[in-house]
Design a protein around this ligand. Structure first.
Ligand SMILES: [Zn+2]
Length: 164
């Protein structure tokens, strides 16, 4: 929601479609790394959104790599955006910064651990990406907003639309 609003504002202010697309990518699609973790790190093969959500909500997460959720990658991409002079990448970084800020605010309430350190890839690497060490006993870092808005949210919106 925030990403769409920001993208709309970006489009109106700059008239740049690549910038707006980048904001959406940074705001929403950054959460694809949860899916990458699920498939590659956790080696899960059940590809239904329900199984995916259950995995996170029930706290089965053992490792959190989440390569896109990191200050390091953000900074590396910022250097790249400057070097390439890329509007798309600049948009991605704006969306990504917003997303990480919101994740810090919301996930910070779920963990007794240091949430700022959690979003450093180096810090996670130093702790072997261990979910319990990094996030506490029950890592609930499910991208609920992402899936709910895209799958359940869109289904609800369609169901409530008047027929005809
Ligand atoms: Zn996220």
């Amino acid at each position: 929601m925030t990403a769409v609003l920001a993208a709309g504002a970006g489009l109106v202010l700059t008239g740049s479609a690549p910038l707006a697309a980048g904001i959406v990518a940074g705001g929403f699609l950054i959460d694809v790394d949860h899916l990458a973790d699920y498939l590659i790190v956790e080696r899960r093969r059940e590809l239904t959104p329900a199984a995916f959500l259950r995995h996170y909500i029930e706290g089965h997460t053992r490792r959190v790599v989440l390569v896109l959720h990191s200050y390091e990658l953000w900074l590396a991409l910022a250097a790249l955006a400057w070097w390439l002079d890329s509007a798309w990448l600049a948009g991605y970084l704006a969306g990504g910064a917003m997303h990480l800020g919101l994740d810090i605010v919301f996930n910070g309430r779920l963990t007794p651990k240091n949430i700022f350190a959690f979003y450093s890839l180096g810090f996670r690497l130093a702790h072997g990406f261990d979910a319990t060490t990094l996030f506490g006993s029950e890592p609930r870092i499910a991208p609920a907003g992402f899936w709910r808005s895209f799958i359940f949210g869109s289904r609800l919106a369609r169901a409530s639309r008047p027929r005809g």
